[in-house]
Ligand binder design. Structure first.
Ligand code: ARG
Length: 571
Protein backbone atom coordinates (compact mmCIF):
# COMPACT_ATOMS: atom_id res chain seq x y z
CA UNK A 1 0.00 0.00 0.00
CA UNK A 2 1.03 3.62 -0.66
CA UNK A 3 4.71 2.80 -0.95
CA UNK A 4 5.81 6.41 -1.28
CA UNK A 5 4.20 7.40 1.96
CA UNK A 6 5.50 4.23 3.58
CA UNK A 7 8.95 5.18 2.42
CA UNK A 8 8.58 8.67 3.88
CA UNK A 9 7.26 7.24 7.14
CA UNK A 10 10.20 4.83 7.33
CA UNK A 11 12.65 7.66 6.81
CA UNK A 12 11.02 9.86 9.42
CA UNK A 13 10.28 7.33 12.10
CA UNK A 14 13.98 6.70 12.66
CA UNK A 15 14.46 10.39 13.42
CA UNK A 16 11.38 11.67 15.23
CA UNK A 17 9.49 10.47 18.32
CA UNK A 18 6.18 9.68 16.63
CA UNK A 19 4.48 6.41 15.74
CA UNK A 20 3.94 5.31 12.14
CA UNK A 21 0.26 6.15 12.30
CA UNK A 22 0.95 9.55 13.81
CA UNK A 23 3.42 10.39 11.06
CA UNK A 24 1.00 9.17 8.40
CA UNK A 25 -1.69 11.33 9.94
CA UNK A 26 0.47 14.43 9.50
CA UNK A 27 1.84 14.06 5.99
CA UNK A 28 0.36 16.61 3.63
CA UNK A 29 0.22 17.26 -0.08
CA UNK A 30 1.60 20.73 -0.80
CA UNK A 31 -0.70 22.97 -2.83
CA UNK A 32 2.04 23.67 -5.37
CA UNK A 33 4.07 21.03 -7.23
CA UNK A 34 7.20 23.12 -6.82
CA UNK A 35 7.01 22.53 -3.09
CA UNK A 36 7.37 18.82 -3.56
CA UNK A 37 4.89 16.00 -3.72
CA UNK A 38 4.52 15.38 -0.02
CA UNK A 39 5.35 17.46 2.99
CA UNK A 40 5.86 16.87 6.67
CA UNK A 41 5.06 19.81 8.99
CA UNK A 42 7.89 19.89 11.53
CA UNK A 43 6.05 22.10 14.01
CA UNK A 44 4.20 18.92 14.98
CA UNK A 45 7.35 17.66 16.71
CA UNK A 46 8.92 20.97 17.79
CA UNK A 47 7.85 20.50 21.41
CA UNK A 48 9.16 16.97 21.76
CA UNK A 49 12.44 17.75 20.04
CA UNK A 50 12.80 21.11 21.83
CA UNK A 51 13.87 22.75 18.64
CA UNK A 52 12.46 25.33 16.23
CA UNK A 53 10.43 23.82 13.36
CA UNK A 54 12.61 25.53 10.73
CA UNK A 55 15.73 24.07 12.33
CA UNK A 56 14.23 20.61 12.52
CA UNK A 57 13.27 20.64 8.87
CA UNK A 58 16.71 21.75 7.65
CA UNK A 59 18.48 19.25 9.88
CA UNK A 60 16.25 16.46 8.65
CA UNK A 61 16.72 17.52 5.03
CA UNK A 62 20.45 17.08 5.46
CA UNK A 63 20.24 13.85 7.34
CA UNK A 64 17.72 11.90 5.29
CA UNK A 65 18.95 10.11 2.20
CA UNK A 66 17.07 10.09 -1.09
CA UNK A 67 16.09 6.78 -2.64
CA UNK A 68 14.75 5.29 -5.84
CA UNK A 69 11.24 6.35 -4.85
CA UNK A 70 11.99 9.64 -3.10
CA UNK A 71 14.43 11.44 -5.30
CA UNK A 72 14.88 14.63 -3.30
CA UNK A 73 14.21 15.96 0.20
CA UNK A 74 14.29 19.70 0.89
CA UNK A 75 13.44 22.00 3.75
CA UNK A 76 10.98 24.79 3.14
CA UNK A 77 10.44 26.82 6.29
CA UNK A 78 8.89 24.51 8.89
CA UNK A 79 8.06 21.96 6.20
CA UNK A 80 10.13 19.08 5.00
CA UNK A 81 9.30 18.52 1.33
CA UNK A 82 9.64 15.22 -0.46
CA UNK A 83 9.93 14.84 -4.23
CA UNK A 84 8.93 11.49 -5.66
CA UNK A 85 10.20 9.78 -8.76
CA UNK A 86 7.71 10.64 -11.50
CA UNK A 87 8.30 7.42 -13.40
CA UNK A 88 7.71 5.34 -10.30
CA UNK A 89 4.60 7.08 -9.03
CA UNK A 90 2.49 6.45 -12.14
CA UNK A 91 3.50 2.84 -12.35
CA UNK A 92 3.04 1.98 -8.68
CA UNK A 93 -0.16 3.89 -7.98
CA UNK A 94 -2.09 3.07 -11.14
CA UNK A 95 -1.02 -0.53 -11.01
CA UNK A 96 -2.11 -0.75 -7.39
CA UNK A 97 -5.53 0.82 -7.96
CA UNK A 98 -6.07 -1.46 -10.91
CA UNK A 99 -5.17 -4.69 -9.15
CA UNK A 100 -6.74 -3.88 -5.79
CA UNK A 101 -9.84 -2.27 -7.33
CA UNK A 102 -12.65 -2.31 -4.75
CA UNK A 103 -10.20 -2.79 -1.91
CA UNK A 104 -7.83 0.01 -2.91
CA UNK A 105 -7.54 2.18 0.17
CA UNK A 106 -7.58 -0.69 2.62
CA UNK A 107 -4.71 -0.90 5.05
CA UNK A 108 -3.78 -3.08 7.96
CA UNK A 109 -3.17 -1.03 11.09
CA UNK A 110 -6.41 -2.38 12.59
CA UNK A 111 -5.94 -6.05 11.78
CA UNK A 112 -6.55 -8.13 14.89
CA UNK A 113 -8.24 -5.22 16.67
CA UNK A 114 -11.90 -4.56 17.43
CA UNK A 115 -13.78 -1.28 17.36
CA UNK A 116 -17.24 -0.87 18.83
CA UNK A 117 -19.26 1.97 17.39
CA UNK A 118 -22.41 3.15 19.16
CA UNK A 119 -24.54 5.19 16.74
CA UNK A 120 -28.05 6.38 15.98
CA UNK A 121 -29.36 4.91 19.27
CA UNK A 122 -32.80 6.58 19.28
CA UNK A 123 -35.40 6.34 22.00
CA UNK A 124 -38.19 3.94 21.13
CA UNK A 125 -41.89 4.79 20.86
CA UNK A 126 -40.99 7.99 19.01
CA UNK A 127 -40.46 8.61 15.32
CA UNK A 128 -36.94 8.86 14.00
CA UNK A 129 -36.44 12.55 13.55
CA UNK A 130 -33.77 14.48 11.70
CA UNK A 131 -31.48 14.77 14.70
CA UNK A 132 -31.09 10.99 14.64
CA UNK A 133 -29.83 11.30 11.09
CA UNK A 134 -26.46 12.81 11.88
CA UNK A 135 -25.50 10.16 14.41
CA UNK A 136 -26.61 7.39 12.06
CA UNK A 137 -24.79 8.76 9.04
CA UNK A 138 -21.59 9.80 10.84
CA UNK A 139 -21.51 6.53 12.79
CA UNK A 140 -21.96 4.46 9.67
CA UNK A 141 -19.11 6.29 7.92
CA UNK A 142 -16.83 5.80 10.93
CA UNK A 143 -17.74 2.13 10.97
CA UNK A 144 -16.72 1.82 7.32
CA UNK A 145 -13.53 3.83 7.86
CA UNK A 146 -12.40 1.53 10.65
CA UNK A 147 -13.29 -1.52 8.61
CA UNK A 148 -11.07 -0.19 5.84
CA UNK A 149 -8.20 -0.05 8.33
CA UNK A 150 -8.72 -3.74 9.02
CA UNK A 151 -10.60 -3.45 12.33
CA UNK A 152 -13.32 -5.87 13.21
CA UNK A 153 -16.23 -3.49 13.75
CA UNK A 154 -19.29 -3.95 15.91
CA UNK A 155 -22.06 -1.44 15.23
CA UNK A 156 -24.37 -1.05 18.19
CA UNK A 157 -27.74 0.64 18.30
CA UNK A 158 -28.02 1.46 22.00
CA UNK A 159 -31.78 1.87 21.89
CA UNK A 160 -33.35 4.07 24.52
CA UNK A 161 -35.84 1.39 25.51
CA UNK A 162 -36.00 1.70 29.28
CA UNK A 163 -37.15 4.30 31.74
CA UNK A 164 -40.18 5.60 33.60
CA UNK A 165 -41.80 6.88 30.42
CA UNK A 166 -42.69 3.30 29.52
CA UNK A 167 -44.77 3.09 32.69
CA UNK A 168 -46.62 6.19 31.47
CA UNK A 169 -47.13 4.70 28.05
CA UNK A 170 -48.53 1.48 29.46
CA UNK A 171 -51.03 3.46 31.54
CA UNK A 172 -52.06 5.51 28.50
CA UNK A 173 -52.33 2.40 26.36
CA UNK A 174 -54.53 0.64 28.88
CA UNK A 175 -56.79 3.64 29.42
CA UNK A 176 -57.13 5.17 25.99
CA UNK A 177 -55.58 2.71 23.60
CA UNK A 178 -57.46 0.36 21.26
CA UNK A 179 -59.74 -1.98 23.09
CA UNK A 180 -58.68 -5.57 23.38
CA UNK A 181 -61.37 -8.14 22.77
CA UNK A 182 -61.02 -11.47 24.54
CA UNK A 183 -59.64 -13.37 21.60
CA UNK A 184 -57.33 -10.55 20.45
CA UNK A 185 -53.62 -10.60 20.93
CA UNK A 186 -52.03 -7.26 21.71
CA UNK A 187 -50.38 -7.45 18.30
CA UNK A 188 -53.80 -7.14 16.63
CA UNK A 189 -54.33 -3.63 17.91
CA UNK A 190 -52.63 -2.14 14.85
CA UNK A 191 -50.77 0.53 16.75
CA UNK A 192 -48.01 2.55 15.11
CA UNK A 193 -45.56 5.15 16.36
CA UNK A 194 -47.89 8.04 15.57
CA UNK A 195 -50.57 6.52 17.77
CA UNK A 196 -48.03 5.83 20.50
CA UNK A 197 -47.06 9.49 20.34
CA UNK A 198 -50.67 10.55 20.71
CA UNK A 199 -51.00 8.34 23.77
CA UNK A 200 -47.87 9.84 25.24
CA UNK A 201 -49.07 13.39 24.70
CA UNK A 202 -52.47 12.54 26.13
CA UNK A 203 -50.90 11.06 29.24
CA UNK A 204 -49.08 14.27 30.02
CA UNK A 205 -52.14 16.38 29.36
CA UNK A 206 -54.38 14.31 31.60
CA UNK A 207 -51.74 13.91 34.30
CA UNK A 208 -51.76 17.65 34.84
CA UNK A 209 -55.30 17.45 36.24
CA UNK A 210 -54.98 13.98 37.63
CA UNK A 211 -51.67 13.47 39.44
CA UNK A 212 -52.64 9.94 40.47
CA UNK A 213 -51.86 8.91 36.89
CA UNK A 214 -48.17 9.50 37.65
CA UNK A 215 -48.47 7.20 40.63
CA UNK A 216 -50.09 4.57 38.43
CA UNK A 217 -47.31 4.97 35.86
CA UNK A 218 -44.64 4.48 38.49
CA UNK A 219 -46.39 1.30 39.59
CA UNK A 220 -46.41 0.01 36.03
CA UNK A 221 -42.76 0.81 35.55
CA UNK A 222 -42.04 -1.03 38.78
CA UNK A 223 -43.98 -3.99 37.41
CA UNK A 224 -41.94 -3.76 34.25
CA UNK A 225 -38.71 -3.79 36.21
CA UNK A 226 -39.97 -6.77 38.22
CA UNK A 227 -40.72 -8.71 35.07
CA UNK A 228 -44.53 -8.68 35.28
CA UNK A 229 -45.80 -10.55 32.24
CA UNK A 230 -48.41 -8.05 31.06
CA UNK A 231 -46.06 -5.11 31.49
CA UNK A 232 -43.31 -6.87 29.56
CA UNK A 233 -45.64 -7.93 26.77
CA UNK A 234 -46.96 -4.40 26.30
CA UNK A 235 -43.51 -2.83 26.42
CA UNK A 236 -42.18 -5.44 23.96
CA UNK A 237 -45.02 -4.55 21.63
CA UNK A 238 -44.07 -0.85 21.75
CA UNK A 239 -40.53 -1.88 20.98
CA UNK A 240 -41.50 -4.08 18.04
CA UNK A 241 -43.59 -1.29 16.51
CA UNK A 242 -40.68 1.11 16.88
CA UNK A 243 -38.11 -1.25 15.44
CA UNK A 244 -40.16 -1.97 12.37
CA UNK A 245 -40.22 1.75 11.55
CA UNK A 246 -36.56 2.24 12.45
CA UNK A 247 -35.44 -0.66 10.29
CA UNK A 248 -37.44 0.63 7.34
CA UNK A 249 -35.66 3.99 7.55
CA UNK A 250 -32.23 2.46 8.14
CA UNK A 251 -32.72 0.32 5.10
CA UNK A 252 -33.45 3.38 2.99
CA UNK A 253 -30.26 4.93 4.30
CA UNK A 254 -28.30 1.73 3.72
CA UNK A 255 -27.34 1.56 7.38
CA UNK A 256 -26.99 -1.64 9.41
CA UNK A 257 -26.21 -2.61 12.98
CA UNK A 258 -24.62 -5.72 14.40
CA UNK A 259 -26.49 -5.38 17.67
CA UNK A 260 -29.65 -3.73 18.95
CA UNK A 261 -28.71 -4.25 22.59
CA UNK A 262 -30.34 -1.16 24.05
CA UNK A 263 -30.65 0.16 27.57
CA UNK A 264 -33.02 -2.58 28.71
CA UNK A 265 -30.48 -5.23 27.77
CA UNK A 266 -28.45 -4.32 30.85
CA UNK A 267 -31.25 -4.62 33.42
CA UNK A 268 -29.97 -7.72 35.11
CA UNK A 269 -26.35 -6.58 35.09
CA UNK A 270 -26.94 -3.22 36.77
CA UNK A 271 -26.72 -4.49 40.35
CA UNK A 272 -23.26 -5.90 39.76
CA UNK A 273 -22.07 -2.66 38.24
CA UNK A 274 -23.46 -0.60 41.07
CA UNK A 275 -21.93 -2.98 43.62
CA UNK A 276 -18.53 -2.66 42.02
CA UNK A 277 -18.78 1.10 42.29
CA UNK A 278 -19.93 0.84 45.92
CA UNK A 279 -17.20 -1.66 46.82
CA UNK A 280 -14.57 0.61 45.35
CA UNK A 281 -15.77 3.24 47.81
CA UNK A 282 -16.73 5.62 45.05
CA UNK A 283 -20.39 6.16 45.87
CA UNK A 284 -22.31 8.01 48.54
CA UNK A 285 -25.91 8.78 49.41
CA UNK A 286 -27.12 12.26 48.66
CA UNK A 287 -30.74 13.31 49.05
CA UNK A 288 -31.62 9.62 49.27
CA UNK A 289 -30.08 8.93 45.87
CA UNK A 290 -26.93 6.92 45.24
CA UNK A 291 -24.33 9.07 43.49
CA UNK A 292 -20.68 9.34 42.59
CA UNK A 293 -19.54 12.72 43.78
CA UNK A 294 -17.51 14.41 41.03
CA UNK A 295 -17.09 17.79 42.70
CA UNK A 296 -13.31 17.36 42.68
CA UNK A 297 -13.44 17.21 38.91
CA UNK A 298 -15.72 20.22 38.58
CA UNK A 299 -18.67 18.17 37.49
CA UNK A 300 -22.12 17.57 38.92
CA UNK A 301 -22.58 14.15 40.53
CA UNK A 302 -23.18 11.08 38.44
CA UNK A 303 -26.46 9.64 39.75
CA UNK A 304 -26.55 5.85 39.85
CA UNK A 305 -29.87 5.17 41.56
CA UNK A 306 -32.77 7.46 42.37
CA UNK A 307 -34.39 7.33 45.77
CA UNK A 308 -36.90 4.77 44.52
CA UNK A 309 -33.92 2.66 43.43
CA UNK A 310 -34.53 3.19 39.71
CA UNK A 311 -31.38 3.23 37.61
CA UNK A 312 -30.51 6.03 35.23
CA UNK A 313 -29.15 6.62 31.75
CA UNK A 314 -25.62 6.97 33.16
CA UNK A 315 -25.87 3.77 35.25
CA UNK A 316 -26.82 1.89 32.12
CA UNK A 317 -24.00 3.44 30.10
CA UNK A 318 -21.40 2.47 32.71
CA UNK A 319 -22.78 -1.05 32.76
CA UNK A 320 -22.90 -1.21 28.95
CA UNK A 321 -19.28 -0.10 28.68
CA UNK A 322 -18.14 -2.85 31.08
CA UNK A 323 -20.20 -5.42 29.21
CA UNK A 324 -18.87 -4.41 25.80
CA UNK A 325 -15.29 -4.51 27.01
CA UNK A 326 -15.89 -8.03 28.37
CA UNK A 327 -17.86 -9.28 25.42
CA UNK A 328 -15.81 -7.87 22.55
CA UNK A 329 -12.37 -7.34 24.07
CA UNK A 330 -12.39 -4.07 22.19
CA UNK A 331 -9.51 -1.76 21.37
CA UNK A 332 -11.65 1.26 20.65
CA UNK A 333 -15.16 2.33 21.72
CA UNK A 334 -16.69 5.18 19.77
CA UNK A 335 -19.91 6.89 20.87
CA UNK A 336 -21.45 9.00 18.12
CA UNK A 337 -23.77 11.26 20.07
CA UNK A 338 -24.65 14.97 19.79
CA UNK A 339 -22.64 17.65 21.59
CA UNK A 340 -25.45 18.33 24.02
CA UNK A 341 -24.50 15.12 25.83
CA UNK A 342 -20.86 16.10 26.34
CA UNK A 343 -21.22 16.36 30.10
CA UNK A 344 -22.89 12.95 30.35
CA UNK A 345 -19.93 11.32 28.60
CA UNK A 346 -17.35 13.22 30.64
CA UNK A 347 -19.10 12.11 33.81
CA UNK A 348 -19.42 8.44 33.08
CA UNK A 349 -15.97 8.19 31.53
CA UNK A 350 -14.68 9.70 34.78
CA UNK A 351 -16.53 7.05 36.79
CA UNK A 352 -15.00 4.32 34.61
CA UNK A 353 -11.59 5.85 35.21
CA UNK A 354 -12.15 5.97 38.98
CA UNK A 355 -13.18 2.32 38.82
CA UNK A 356 -9.65 1.69 37.62
CA UNK A 357 -10.42 0.82 34.02
CA UNK A 358 -7.46 1.89 31.96
CA UNK A 359 -9.38 1.07 28.80
CA UNK A 360 -11.44 4.22 29.35
CA UNK A 361 -8.66 5.85 27.33
CA UNK A 362 -9.89 3.87 24.34
CA UNK A 363 -13.38 5.36 24.68
CA UNK A 364 -14.24 8.48 22.74
CA UNK A 365 -17.31 10.62 22.55
CA UNK A 366 -17.54 11.65 18.91
CA UNK A 367 -19.83 14.64 19.15
CA UNK A 368 -21.52 16.71 16.49
CA UNK A 369 -23.56 19.86 16.00
CA UNK A 370 -27.21 20.33 15.13
CA UNK A 371 -29.05 20.29 11.84
CA UNK A 372 -30.79 23.57 11.27
CA UNK A 373 -33.38 24.29 8.64
CA UNK A 374 -33.81 27.42 6.66
CA UNK A 375 -37.33 28.74 6.83
CA UNK A 376 -39.67 27.36 4.27
CA UNK A 377 -40.31 23.79 3.43
CA UNK A 378 -39.79 21.60 6.47
CA UNK A 379 -38.82 24.33 8.84
CA UNK A 380 -38.42 23.49 12.51
CA UNK A 381 -39.58 26.98 13.48
CA UNK A 382 -42.74 26.05 15.35
CA UNK A 383 -40.94 23.37 17.26
CA UNK A 384 -42.26 20.81 14.82
CA UNK A 385 -40.23 17.65 14.54
CA UNK A 386 -39.20 16.79 11.03
CA UNK A 387 -39.58 13.10 10.45
CA UNK A 388 -36.58 11.49 8.91
CA UNK A 389 -38.67 9.40 6.59
CA UNK A 390 -40.41 12.49 5.18
CA UNK A 391 -37.06 14.16 4.63
CA UNK A 392 -35.68 11.19 2.70
CA UNK A 393 -38.81 10.92 0.59
CA UNK A 394 -38.74 14.59 -0.29
CA UNK A 395 -35.10 14.39 -1.33
CA UNK A 396 -35.73 11.42 -3.64
CA UNK A 397 -38.68 13.25 -5.14
CA UNK A 398 -36.60 16.33 -5.95
CA UNK A 399 -33.80 14.13 -7.32
CA UNK A 400 -36.34 12.47 -9.61
CA UNK A 401 -37.51 15.84 -10.93
CA UNK A 402 -33.91 16.86 -11.65
CA UNK A 403 -33.11 13.59 -13.38
CA UNK A 404 -36.28 13.69 -15.48
CA UNK A 405 -35.29 17.15 -16.65
CA UNK A 406 -31.82 15.96 -17.63
CA UNK A 407 -32.02 12.78 -19.63
CA UNK A 408 -34.76 10.72 -21.07
CA UNK A 409 -33.06 7.47 -21.86
CA UNK A 410 -32.07 6.35 -18.38
CA UNK A 411 -33.61 2.93 -17.77
CA UNK A 412 -33.56 2.74 -13.99
CA UNK A 413 -34.58 6.32 -13.23
CA UNK A 414 -36.32 5.54 -9.97
CA UNK A 415 -33.33 3.65 -8.63
CA UNK A 416 -30.91 6.41 -9.62
CA UNK A 417 -33.18 9.10 -8.15
CA UNK A 418 -33.16 7.13 -4.96
CA UNK A 419 -29.37 6.79 -4.89
CA UNK A 420 -28.99 10.50 -5.59
CA UNK A 421 -31.71 11.69 -3.21
CA UNK A 422 -30.38 9.63 -0.31
CA UNK A 423 -26.78 10.37 -1.31
CA UNK A 424 -27.47 14.10 -1.22
CA UNK A 425 -28.76 13.89 2.34
CA UNK A 426 -25.93 11.68 3.58
CA UNK A 427 -23.22 13.78 1.96
CA UNK A 428 -24.67 17.00 3.34
CA UNK A 429 -24.24 15.59 6.84
CA UNK A 430 -20.67 14.54 6.19
CA UNK A 431 -19.21 17.42 4.23
CA UNK A 432 -18.81 19.85 7.09
CA UNK A 433 -16.72 19.22 10.18
CA UNK A 434 -18.96 17.29 12.48
CA UNK A 435 -18.81 19.68 15.45
CA UNK A 436 -20.28 22.43 13.32
CA UNK A 437 -24.00 22.90 12.97
CA UNK A 438 -25.34 22.03 9.53
CA UNK A 439 -27.62 24.48 7.77
CA UNK A 440 -29.87 22.35 5.67
CA UNK A 441 -30.80 23.88 2.35
CA UNK A 442 -32.56 21.94 -0.39
CA UNK A 443 -31.14 24.15 -3.14
CA UNK A 444 -27.65 23.38 -1.99
CA UNK A 445 -27.64 19.71 -1.17
CA UNK A 446 -29.02 18.63 -4.54
CA UNK A 447 -26.96 20.99 -6.66
CA UNK A 448 -25.09 18.88 -9.23
CA UNK A 449 -22.41 21.57 -9.53
CA UNK A 450 -22.00 22.34 -5.84
CA UNK A 451 -19.94 20.69 -3.14
CA UNK A 452 -22.47 17.91 -2.89
CA UNK A 453 -22.99 14.19 -3.03
CA UNK A 454 -24.74 14.44 -6.40
CA UNK A 455 -21.72 16.34 -7.80
CA UNK A 456 -19.38 13.51 -6.78
CA UNK A 457 -21.83 10.88 -8.01
CA UNK A 458 -22.26 12.75 -11.28
CA UNK A 459 -18.50 12.99 -11.81
CA UNK A 460 -18.32 9.26 -11.23
CA UNK A 461 -21.05 8.63 -13.81
CA UNK A 462 -19.24 10.86 -16.32
CA UNK A 463 -16.05 8.87 -15.82
CA UNK A 464 -17.98 5.67 -16.43
CA UNK A 465 -19.37 7.15 -19.60
CA UNK A 466 -15.92 8.24 -20.84
CA UNK A 467 -14.66 4.71 -20.35
CA UNK A 468 -17.71 3.21 -22.04
CA UNK A 469 -17.22 5.48 -25.01
CA UNK A 470 -13.60 4.36 -25.43
CA UNK A 471 -14.89 0.92 -26.17
CA UNK A 472 -11.63 -0.57 -24.92
CA UNK A 473 -10.96 -2.80 -21.97
CA UNK A 474 -8.94 -1.07 -19.33
CA UNK A 475 -5.52 -2.59 -18.82
CA UNK A 476 -2.55 -1.90 -16.58
CA UNK A 477 -0.17 -3.13 -19.24
CA UNK A 478 0.66 0.29 -20.56
CA UNK A 479 3.73 2.40 -21.14
CA UNK A 480 4.00 4.41 -17.91
CA UNK A 481 6.55 6.82 -19.36
CA UNK A 482 4.01 8.58 -21.56
CA UNK A 483 2.61 10.69 -18.71
CA UNK A 484 4.21 14.12 -19.04
CA UNK A 485 1.57 16.61 -17.91
CA UNK A 486 1.37 18.31 -14.52
CA UNK A 487 -2.37 17.72 -14.49
CA UNK A 488 -1.73 13.99 -14.74
CA UNK A 489 0.79 14.13 -11.96
CA UNK A 490 -1.61 16.03 -9.72
CA UNK A 491 -4.26 13.41 -10.31
CA UNK A 492 -2.05 10.44 -9.62
CA UNK A 493 -0.77 12.05 -6.45
CA UNK A 494 -4.31 12.56 -5.29
CA UNK A 495 -4.98 8.88 -5.93
CA UNK A 496 -1.87 7.94 -4.02
CA UNK A 497 -3.06 9.86 -0.96
CA UNK A 498 -6.40 8.07 -0.76
CA UNK A 499 -5.27 5.43 1.77
CA UNK A 500 -3.68 8.17 3.84
CA UNK A 501 -6.88 10.18 3.78
CA UNK A 502 -8.79 7.23 5.15
CA UNK A 503 -6.30 6.76 7.97
CA UNK A 504 -6.57 10.42 8.85
CA UNK A 505 -10.37 10.48 8.70
CA UNK A 506 -10.51 7.42 10.96
CA UNK A 507 -7.97 8.82 13.42
CA UNK A 508 -10.03 11.95 13.90
CA UNK A 509 -13.39 10.19 13.52
CA UNK A 510 -14.01 12.88 10.94
CA UNK A 511 -15.68 11.66 7.73
CA UNK A 512 -15.58 15.22 6.37
CA UNK A 513 -11.86 14.67 5.69
CA UNK A 514 -12.87 12.01 3.19
CA UNK A 515 -15.75 14.04 1.69
CA UNK A 516 -13.42 16.96 1.18
CA UNK A 517 -10.91 14.65 -0.44
CA UNK A 518 -13.53 13.38 -2.87
CA UNK A 519 -14.60 16.90 -3.79
CA UNK A 520 -10.94 17.78 -4.44
CA UNK A 521 -10.38 14.66 -6.47
CA UNK A 522 -13.42 15.47 -8.62
CA UNK A 523 -12.28 19.02 -9.27
CA UNK A 524 -8.71 17.86 -9.98
CA UNK A 525 -10.16 15.45 -12.49
CA UNK A 526 -12.47 18.02 -14.01
CA UNK A 527 -9.53 20.37 -14.50
CA UNK A 528 -7.54 17.62 -16.17
CA UNK A 529 -10.48 16.73 -18.38
CA UNK A 530 -10.96 20.33 -19.49
CA UNK A 531 -7.40 20.53 -20.79
CA UNK A 532 -6.61 17.07 -22.02
CA UNK A 533 -8.33 14.63 -24.31
CA UNK A 534 -8.56 10.95 -23.81
CA UNK A 535 -9.82 9.63 -27.12
CA UNK A 536 -6.72 10.52 -29.11
CA UNK A 537 -4.83 8.93 -31.98
CA UNK A 538 -1.69 8.25 -29.99
CA UNK A 539 -2.58 4.71 -28.89
CA UNK A 540 -0.06 4.49 -26.07
CA UNK A 541 -1.12 7.75 -24.48
CA UNK A 542 -4.77 6.89 -25.00
CA UNK A 543 -4.35 3.55 -23.20
CA UNK A 544 -2.46 5.25 -20.39
CA UNK A 545 -5.07 7.96 -19.95
CA UNK A 546 -7.87 5.42 -19.92
CA UNK A 547 -6.13 3.67 -17.06
CA UNK A 548 -5.73 6.99 -15.25
CA UNK A 549 -9.41 7.88 -15.73
CA UNK A 550 -10.47 4.42 -14.65
CA UNK A 551 -8.39 4.72 -11.50
CA UNK A 552 -10.10 8.00 -10.61
CA UNK A 553 -13.46 6.29 -11.17
CA UNK A 554 -12.45 3.45 -8.89
CA UNK A 555 -11.26 5.71 -6.08
CA UNK A 556 -14.42 7.85 -6.20
CA UNK A 557 -16.49 4.70 -6.02
CA UNK A 558 -14.52 3.36 -3.06
CA UNK A 559 -14.70 6.68 -1.27
CA UNK A 560 -18.44 7.05 -1.79
CA UNK A 561 -19.01 3.56 -0.53
CA UNK A 562 -17.12 4.30 2.71
CA UNK A 563 -19.27 7.38 3.25
CA UNK A 564 -22.37 5.29 2.64
CA UNK A 565 -23.34 6.57 -0.82
CA UNK A 566 -24.11 4.59 -3.94
CA UNK A 567 -22.19 5.32 -7.14
CA UNK A 568 -24.59 4.96 -10.09
CA UNK A 569 -22.85 4.32 -13.42
CA UNK A 570 -25.30 6.43 -15.38
CA UNK A 571 -27.28 9.41 -14.28
N1 ARG B 1 -30.91 7.35 23.34
C1 ARG B 1 -30.08 8.50 23.48
C2 ARG B 1 -30.77 9.72 22.90
O1 ARG B 1 -31.65 9.59 22.07
C3 ARG B 1 -28.74 8.35 22.78
C4 ARG B 1 -27.90 7.18 23.23
C5 ARG B 1 -26.47 7.29 22.81
N2 ARG B 1 -25.65 6.20 23.23
C6 ARG B 1 -25.23 5.98 24.48
N3 ARG B 1 -24.53 4.92 24.74
N4 ARG B 1 -25.51 6.83 25.45
O2 ARG B 1 -30.42 10.83 23.28
Amino acid sequence: MDIFIKNIVDLLKAEIPLSEDEIKGLIEIPPDLKMGDFAFPCFAVAKQLRNAPGKISSELAQKLAASELITDIKAHGPYLNFYVSKEMIFKTVLDEVFTESDSYGNSDSGVGKTAVIDYSSPNIAKHLAVHHLRSAVIGNAIYNLYKTLGYKCIGINHLGDWGTQFGQLIVAFKRWGPELKDQDSIKDTGLDISKLNELYVRFHKEARDNPSLEEEARDWFKKLEDGNEEAIETWQYFKDISLSEFERVYEKLGIKFDSYAGESFYNNMLDDTVNRIKDAGLSEISEEALIVNLEKYDMPPCILRKKDDASLYATRDICAAEYRKREYDLDKMIYVVGSEQRLHFKQFFKVLELMGYEWVNDCVHVDFGLIKFKDGKMSTREGKVILLEDLLEESCKIAMEIIEGKTSELENKAEVANDVGIGAIIFSELSTKRVKDVMFDWNEILNFDGETGPYVQYTHARLCSVIRKCGETVTNEIDYDVFKEDDELLLVKKLESFPLTIIRAAQHCEPSILSKYLLDLCSTFNRFYQHHRILIDDTDLKKARILLVDSVRQVIKNGLSILGLKAPERM
